[in-house]
Write a new protein. Structure first.
Length: 128
């Protein structure tokens, strides 16, 4: 049984959309990851719109229900940041702050290896 709840996926989506919008546009591959989260969490269009406007504080990441959900959050943020293949300071800042707040639940790989996060997130979401 997965240690990731629907509530966790709502929180993960809210953070992920903020990373996707950090450069003021959402790239196709970023949107694909967001779609996977929304599908796994059963999010409606209205849910997505509400969460897209939320801008959760870093401290909200502590609301996740398990270590598995916390790691998925950080990996998802990395996957979304990497999806457009452009490293943005605002994305990196949020990822580092969230990971640090959660006790460095993910040992961050070098940027060049972040495609592995995309694969891991896609596999995890598909298994939910």
């Amino acid at each position: 049984m997965s240690g990731i709840t629907t509530r966790d996926l709502r929180i993960i989506f809210a953070f992920a959309i903020q990373v996707a919008k950090a450069d003021r546009s959402v790239a196709l591959h970023e949107e694909e990851i967001l779609d996977l989260i929304a599908e796994a969490g059963g999010l409606s269009g209205g849910d997505r719109a509400e969460l897209a406007d939320e801008r959760p504080p870093v401290e909200r990441s502590s609301d996740l229900s398990s270590a598995e959900a916390k790691a998925l959050l950080v990996k998802t943020l990395c996957a979304v940041a990497f999806a457009d293949n452009v490293r943005h300071d605002a994305e990196m800042d949020l990822i580092i702050r969230v990971n640090a707040h959660l006790g460095d639940v993910v040992a961050l790989r070098p940027w060049e290896e972040w495609e592995a996060y995309v694969e891991d997130v896609v596999d995890t979401l598909a298994s939910l």
